[in-house]
Ligand binder design. Structure first.
Ligand SMILES: [Zn+2]
Ligand SMILES: [Zn+2]
Length: 424
């Protein structure tokens, strides 16, 4: 195992970046993590919720602080020209695809291991129990729940007192976003199967055409947010996939839609999901479908809610860390900045860990971008992640490319300081 500071940290990062693994397939990554934790003297628990790894380090009595990093990559073919770009590939639902750390989870793993190394070596600076949680399958929305269902807290001697974590974002390096309260949306993905009656393309009168039915459903669903969600509320309904038929002259007997819903309150979430069901069922009836539709949830994220008091306390710590690294940040073209951007419609399952333990969550965004395209951009007035400058590749883009340094070093320092603040 190489060192987990300086160039060792960078080597670890570029290695993880070269070899991303999809959710629940993070075997290589988990192996690297477990080996590193063992080398640092952590008690290591492997295979929690599939590929999850947890390291526990105890220094006497005191609070239990859980730091969380997600490990999975995405089925995206990398198009950056980085010398450490991923050229690995995989097959998803029969389709060949590249694999890429297009959401920066390699940054999260690297920073958390770096923080573990620092905390293991700074023995006298803290008391309590440090829990380093390396979670699988965040992108699938189920990794945190899989760890919990697999007895996460029982295996490590009980729940934590607080959950802390960070996610790298296209914000200038040296900046952090910490949104108190509801910071990210709830997300629900549904598979909707519409049944028709197949037949010859020349005789539609003898069929129930599921393609026309699907088209009517897709159009009608656009009215849910426009007509059933209030002006001061918000939600998103997206049909991300519509599949039906194979030939021009065959009317198929089924169509399948994949629908994604984002919402920020339980009330709006329930209302939108009920509206989707009502519309799908009614359109099937209107078409004379021979069989009721199937509506099946395939992924669910709860809204991510940062505890306001705990966030205020951690915010002060993060500000102090960035201020302490002003020179490094300025040399990289940035400025130490902590902002609270409005909630985003993206989703994240880290909150499941805090909710299950009944403890506060503090989850911040780590700026990891070259500050150049942000010149003249007022971050504190930004309307959210969606309003960032043009040309900055967002998370999940094939061009997603954090600047490794000083991002990694700052990410380590922020985790160490936020954890140490609690470990007293
Ligand atoms: Zn992501
Ligand atoms: Zn992510």
């Amino acid at each position: 195992m190489t060192s987990l500071t300086g160039s060792g940290l960078l080597d670890l990062y570029t290695d993880l970046h070269r070899h991303p693994e999809l959710g629940y397939a993070e075997h290589r990554t988990a192996g690297i993590v477990a080996e590193a934790l063992r080398g640092l003297g952590f008690e290591v628990h492997e295979g929690i919720g599939g590929t999850g790894v947890v390291g526990v380090l105890t220094r006497g009595a005191g609070p239990r602080v859980l730091l969380r990093a997600d490990m999975d990559g995405l089925p995206v073919t990398e198009r950056t020209d980085l010398h450490y770009a991923s050229t690995d590939s995989t097959t998803v639902d029969g389709v060949e695809s590249g694999v890429m750390h297009a959401c920066g989870h390699d940054v999260h793993v690297t920073c958390l291991l770096g923080a573990c190394a620092r905390l293991a070596e700074r023995r006298d600076d803290w008391h309590g129990t440090l829990i380093a949680c390396f979670q699988p399958a965040e992108e699938l929305g189920s990794g945190a729940r899989a760890m919990l269902a697999d007895g996460l807290f029982d295996r490590i001697g009980g729940p934590p007192d607080v959950v802390l974590g960070q996610h790298v974002m296209p914000l200038p390096v040296g900046s952090v976003n910490l949104t108190p309260g509801t910071a990210m949306a709830a997300a629900d993905s549904l598979r909707v199967v519409l049944h028709g009656r197949g037949g010859h393309g020349s005789s539609p009168e003898a069929t129930v055409d599921p393609v026309v039915l699907a088209a009517a459903v897709v159009m009608r669903l656009q009215g849910v947010v426009a007509r059933e969600v209030g002006a001061t509320e918000s939600a998103v309904v997206t049909v991300g996939s519509l599949r039906a038929g194979t030939q021009a002259n065959i009317i198929p007997d089924r169509a399948e839609l994949l629908v994604n819903v984002r919402s920020f309150t339980e009330d709006v979430r329930a209302r939108v999901l009920a509206a989707i069901r009502r519309i799908v069922e009614a359109e099937c009836a209107a078409s004379g479908a021979p069989q009721a539709p199937e509506i099946e949830p395939i992924a669910t994220f709860s809204a991510m809610v940062n505890d306001p008091d705990a966030s205020a306390r951690t915010r002060t710590v993060l500000e102090r860390v960035l201020e302490g690294h002003r020179q490094v940040i300025e040399a990289a073209g940035g400025a130490p900045t902590v902002v609270s951007l409005p909630p985003v419609a993206g989703s994240e399952d880290v909150g499941e860990l805090a909710t299950a333990a009944g403890v506060p969550l503090v989850y911040w965004n780590l700026g990891g971008w070259d500050p150049a395209p942000f010149a003249g951009f007022d971050l504190s007035a930004a309307a959210g992640m969606g309003s960032l400058p043009a040309g900055v590749a967002p998370n999940h883009s094939p061009f997603f490319a954090p600047v490794p340094q000083p991002t990694l070093d700052l990410g380590v320092e922020l985790l160490v300081a936020a954890a140490t603040d609690r470990l007293r």
